[in-house]
Design a binder for this molecule. Structure first.
Ligand SMILES: [Zn+2]
Ligand SMILES: [Zn+2]
Length: 825
C-alpha cells in the first residue's frame, strides 16, 4: 500500500501554529530561579507601513538567537515595540490628509501582522510604542531628571536648520555633504533658543567605558571614539597688543607654537565686534558675517571649502617668542570648537596654509620631516606629521613628540598656558519644532521663568487631533488648549514649551521599559532591571552605530548615576547587520526596486523567507536579493517535508533493529553528531548561512542513507529528529508540524538544544575500506587515530563483511593502518 503523502501546505501550517503558540503564551519571558537569563533585543522598527526586507533580515537574526538561547538552558527576554514618533507620520499627514496618530496606528497594525506571520518568538505581552502616553510619560520624566541634574538646559546656539523639514537637526543628522539626513535638502545655519542635553559632561566616560565593550564590532567602537573625538594639547594665552587682554586658544600641536605667523578668530567670536566697532572695518566685517550666515559648520570646515577671511586691524603677541602677528577672522574657524580662537601655523596646518597663500601671509617651517628639508617657499601644502623642531628657540633639535611635552611644561612654568583636552562631541540638541513627538514638559511663566512640569502632572499629553499648519508647521505653537497652562509655582497662566523632543530621546531608553512595560510607578522596575539587564545581545543596522548607541550609552550612565541600576553599559554584545539590496542598490520606492515580504509570505511562506534571508550570507555584509534564491529555500523545505513523509515515516516502523555502530549506520550517526557540533558553533558565531548549509548536508545524508541500505531505526530516528530540531529556530513552522508528524507531543521549540558525542562528531575521520578476500565489501567511517586492533575489530563486526564471510573461518587479516582491512577467509 502506498503511503499517502500530504502536501507541504505552508499557508495552513503557518496559520495554525502561529495561533497555537500565541494561545499557549509559548514565548513569555519568565524569571527563573534556576536558569540564567538572556535578553535578546533587535532595534525596534519605525512603523511606516508593512514590514520590509530589512526588518525580516534583522528580526530573523534576533529570533534565531533568542530561540537558540531559550533551548540552550536560558530564560529569554525577547520583546518588540515601535519607535512611533517622527517626521514621516507628519509628511503622510501633509500629503494624505490623515492625522499622524491615525497613520502611525494603522502602520503599527500592518507591521505587527507581518511580524506575527513571520513567526517571531516575541513576548507580545511586553509590546510598547513610544507614542503611547504611558510610554512618553516616562520620556518626559527622564527630561525632568536631566533638568534637575543640570543636564538639560536651554541656550542660544547656531543650529542646523532644514528649511524643508522646518526643524533643527543634530550634527549627527546632517550628512557629510551638508544635506538633511531625512529629506536631502541643503541644511542652513540658524541661531535659535534650543534645549540641549549636556552629553559633553559624559564625554570622558563615554570614551573610557568603550573598554568595557569587548563584544562590540571594532568598527563601531572606532566610530564612537572618533565621534567623541578626544584630543590632547594645550591652552595658550596670546596677548592683544592694543589692550593687553589675553585671548585663549586651544591647540593639539604646542610643538608648532614657534611657527605662528597670524591669529584667527571665529566670525561669531565676541571679540570681533569689539575690535572693529567704530573703525572703518566695521562695515566690511558685518558684510563678511552676512556671507557666512546660513552656512553650516560642515560647509565652512569642509576640506575643499574656500578659505575666506578679513584682517581686523589688530595684532597679538605670541608668548613663546614675543612676536606680534596680525589678527584675522576666518570662515573655517568655528566658535563651538575649542575657544573660537586659533593660532595659525601655515607650515603645519593645511587650512592655515591655504589661508596664508591666499592672503600673502608668511609661512615658517618649525618641524622638519625625518628625511626632508622643507623650505617654506617651495611648499605646496602643509606638513602635518611629526619630525624635529627647528626655528624654535631652546627647543630646536627636539623630536616633535617630546617637544609637545617640553613646550607644555615651558608654558606652565611661565604662566602662559597649560595642558588641556578637548572633545569633538557637542551637547545633544533635543528640541524639535515638530508636532508628532514627545512634548517637552516645561511651562514658561512671566513671573517664575522656566518651570518644569511636576512629575505628578505627567504626562503632558500630546493632542492627537490637531491639524498641521501651513507647510507642516507644528500646531502646538498655536493651539491654545495645549499651549496655555497654569504655572505650577504661582498659578498664573503660563505657556507650555511647544517644541517636542528629538525621537532619539524616545529610543535612548526603550530597552529599560521592556523589563516592566506596564509599570506605573517609574520608567522601569529596578528589580526587574536587575534581573534582565543589561541587554545580552543587541542587533541592528550599522546606520545606528553612532547616534542611537551613543545616546543610549549616555542615558544608561545617567540612570546609573541616579542609583537605579548597577551597570554602566546597556548592551553587552552587539551585532550590526548589513543591508538587503536589490540589483546592487538600496531598495527604494523612487528606484522601483523594492521587494516586499508580503508577496513571498503568501506565495512561499514565512519559513522559506526566513531560511533564504539568513542563507544569503553572513549577517554583517550587504546582500543582494534574488528570486531564485528564495525559491531555492522553498524547495529545500519541500525536501525536508518529503524526508519525513516519504522516507522516515514509511521506513522507520520496518527498520532493522541491530546496533547502529557500524557501516552506513555509523556514518549516518557521525554525520548527525557532526552537524550538531557545526551548527551549534555557527549559531554561536552568527554564521547562520553556513549553519543552514550544514543542515542541508544532513538532510542530503538522510536521503542517501535511506536510499542505499536497510536503515537502522535508531540511526534514522536520531538523524531525522536532529535535523528538525536544528532547523527549528530557522524555520519554526514546518519543523513544528513535522515534529508532531513523527509522533512528538511537545513543541519542538521547547526541546533542549541537541548535544553531540564528540567521538562520533570528530572531524578527524577516515574511511576504512573493508575487503573480504581482496574484494571491497564495505566502507566504514572511523576516527583517524584508530588503532590497528580497533580497525580489525570494526571490520570483523561490520554487517557487509559478515555477510560475505558467512560461516567461513578467518585465515588471515591484513591491516594497512589508517586505510584498509583485508579479511582472508
Ligand atoms: Zn529635511
Ligand atoms: Zn509662575
Amino acid at each position: 500500500m502506498r503511503y499517502p503523502i500530504p502536501d507541504y501546505d505552508h499557508k495552513t501550517i503557518e496559520n495554525r501554529w502561529a495561533g497555537l503558540w500565541e494561545a499557549e503564551g509559548l514565548y513569555r519571558a519568565l524569571k527563573d530561579p534556576v536558569r540564567p537569563k538572556k535578553y535578546v533585543l533587535v532595534m525596534f522598527p519605525y512603523p511606516s507601513g508593512p514590514a520590509h526586507m530589512g526588518h525580516v533580515a534583522n528580526y530573523t537574526i534576533g529570533d534565531v538567537v533568542a530561540r537558540y538561547y531559550s533551548r540552550s538552558g536560558f530564560t529569554v527576554l525577547h520583546p518588540m515595540g515601535y519607535d512611533a514618533f517622527g517626521l514621516p507620520a507628519e509628511n503622510a499627514a501633509i500629503s494624505g490628509d490623515i492625522q499622524p496618530a491615525v497613520w502611525t496606528k494603522q502602520n503599527i497594525e500592518l507591521i505587527r501582522r507581518d511580524l506575527k506571520r513571520l513567526g517571531y518568538a516575541y513576548d507580545w505581552s511586553r509590546e510598547l510604542s513610544t507614542c503611547d502616553p504611558e510610554y512618553y510619560r516616562w520620556t518626559q520624566w527622564f527630561f525632568l531628571k536631566m533638568f534637575e541634574r543640570g543636564l538639560a538646559y536651554k541656550a542660544d546656539a547656531a543650529a542646523n536648520w532644514c528649511p524643508s523639514c522646518g526643524t533643527v537637526l543634530a550634527n549627527e543628522q546632517v550628512l557629510s555633504d551638508g544635506s538633511c539626513e531625512r529629506c536631502g535638502t541643503y541644511v542652513v545655519s540658524k541661531r535659535l533658543n534650543q534645549w540641549f542635553f549636556r552629553i559633553t559632561d559624559y564625554a570622558e566616560r563615554l570614551l573610557s567605558d568603550i573598554d568595557l565593550l569587548e563584544e562590540w564590532p571594532e568598527r563601531v567602537l572606532t566610530m564612537q571614539r572618533n565621534w567623541i573625538g578626544k584630543s590632547q594639547g594645550a591652552e595658550v594665552d596670546f596677548t592683544l597688543v592694543s589692550t593687553g587682554e589675553k585671548i585663549r586658544i586651544y591647540t593639539t600641536r604646542p610643538d608648532t607654537l614657534f611657527g605662528v605667523t597670524f591669529f584667527l578668530l571665529a566670525p561669531e567670536h565676541p571679540l570681533v565686534d569689539r575690535l572693529v566697532s567704530g573703525t572703518e572695518r566695521e562695515a566690511e566685517v558685518s558684510a563678511f558675517r552676512e556671507r557666512i550666515t546660513g552656512r553650516t559648520e560642515f560647509e565652512r570646515t569642509a576640506i575643499d571649502a574656500e578659505k575666506d577671511g578679513l584682517f581686523l586691524g589688530h595684532h597679538v603677541i605670541n608668548p613663546v617668542n614675543g612676536e606680534e602677528v596680525p589678527v584675522y577672522t576666518a570662515n573655517f574657524v568655528i566658535m563651538e570648537y575649542g575657544t573660537g580662537a586659533v593660532m595659525a601655523v601655515p607650515a603645519h596646518d593645511q587650512r592655515d596654509f591655504e589661508f596664508a597663500r591666499r592672503y600673502g601671509l608668511p609661512v615658517r617651517v618649525v618641524i622638519q620631516p625625518p628625511d626632508g628639508d622643507l623650505a617654506a617657499d617651495e611648499m605646496s601644502g602643509a606638513y602635518e606629521d611629526e619630525g624635529t623642531m627647528v626655528n624654535s628657540g631652546e627647543f630646536t633639535g627636539t623630536a616633535s613628540v617630546e617637544g609637545k611635552e617640553a613646550v607644555c611644561d615651558h608654558l606652565g612654568r611661565n604662566g602662559w598656558g597649560s595642558r588641556a583636552v578637548n572633545y569633538r562631541l557637542r551637547d545633544w540638541l533635543v528640541s524639535r519644532q515638530r508636532y508628532w513627538g514627545t512634548p517637552i514638559p516645561i511651562i514658561y511663566c512671566d513671573s517664575c521663568g522656566t518651570v518644569p512640569v511636576p512629575e505628578d502632572d505627567l504626562p503632558v499629553v500630546l493632542p492627537e487631533d490637531l491639524e498641521l499648519g501651513e507647510g507642516g508647521k507644528s500646531p502646538l505653537t498655536t493651539d491654545e488648549s495645549f499651549l496655555l497652562a497654569p504655572c505650577p509655582r504661582c498659578g498664573e497662566m503660563g505657556k507650555r514649551e511647544s517644541d517636542t523632543m528629538d525621537t532619539f530621546v524616545d529610543s535612548s531608553w526603550y530597552y529599560f521599559r521592556y523589563v516592566s512595560p506596564r509599570d506605573t510607578q517609574g520608567p522601569f522596575d529596578p528589580d526587574e532591571a536587575k534581573y534582565w539587564m543589561p541587554v545580552d545581545q543587541y542587533i541592528g543596522g550599522i546606520e545606528h552605530a553612532i547616534m542611537h548607541l551613543l545616546y543610549s550609552r549616555f542615558f544608561t550612565k545617567v540612570i546609573y548615576d541616579m542609583g537605579l541600576i548597577g551597570f554602566k553599559e546597556p548592551f553587552s554584545r552587539l551585532l550590526c547587520q548589513g543591508m538587503i539590496t536589490k540589483d546592487g542598490a538600496k531598495m527604494s520606492k523612487s528606484k522601483g526596486n523594492v521587494v516586499t515580504p508580503d508577496e513571498y509570505l503568501d506565495r512561499l511562506g514565512a519559513d522559506s523567507l526566513r531560511i533564504y534571508i539568513l542563507f544569503m550570507g553572513p549577517p554583517e555584509i550587504d546582500k543582494d536579493w534574488s528570486d531564485q534564491g528564495v525559491e531555492g529555500a522553498h524547495r529545500f523545505l519541500g525536501r525536508v517535508w518529503r524526508m519525513v513523509h516519504e522516507r522516515y515515516l514509511p521506513l522507520v516502523s520496518g527498520a532493522v533493529g541491530v546496533t547502529p555502530e557500524e557501516g552506513p549506520h555509523r556514518a549516518m550517526r557521525s554525520l548527525t553528531h557532526r552537524t550538531i557540533r557545526d551548527v551549534t558553533q555557527d549559531v554561536e558565531q552568527f554564521a547562520f548561512n553556513t549553519a543552514i548549509s550544514f543542515i542541508m548536508e544532513l538532510v542530503n545524508g538522510i536521503y542517501n542513507y535511506t536510499s542505499e541500505v536497510a536503515v537502522v531505526q535508531a540511526a534514522l530516528e536520531e538523524a531525522v529528529e536532529t535535523s528538525l530540531s536544528l532547523l527549528a529556530p530557522f524555520a519554526p513552522f514546518i519543523c513544528e508540524e513535522l515534529w508532531h508528524a513523527i509522533g512528538k507531543k511537545e513543541s519542538v521549540h521547547e526541546q533542549p538544544w541537541p548535544s553531540f558525542d564528540s567521538e562520533l562528531a570528530s572531524p578527524e575521520e577516515i574511511t576504512l575500506v573493508v575487503q573480504v578476500n581482496g574484494k571491497v565489501r564495505d566502507r566504514l567511517t572511523v576516527p583517524a587515530g584508530i588503532s590497528p586492533e580497533e580497525m580489525e575489530k570494526r571490520a570483523l563486526a561490520c554487517q557487509n563483511a559478515r555477510r560475505f564471510m558467512g560461516d567461513k573461518k578467518v585465515k588471515k587479516i591484513i591491516v594497512v593502518p589508517g586505510k584498509l582491512v583485508n579479511i582472508v577467509v
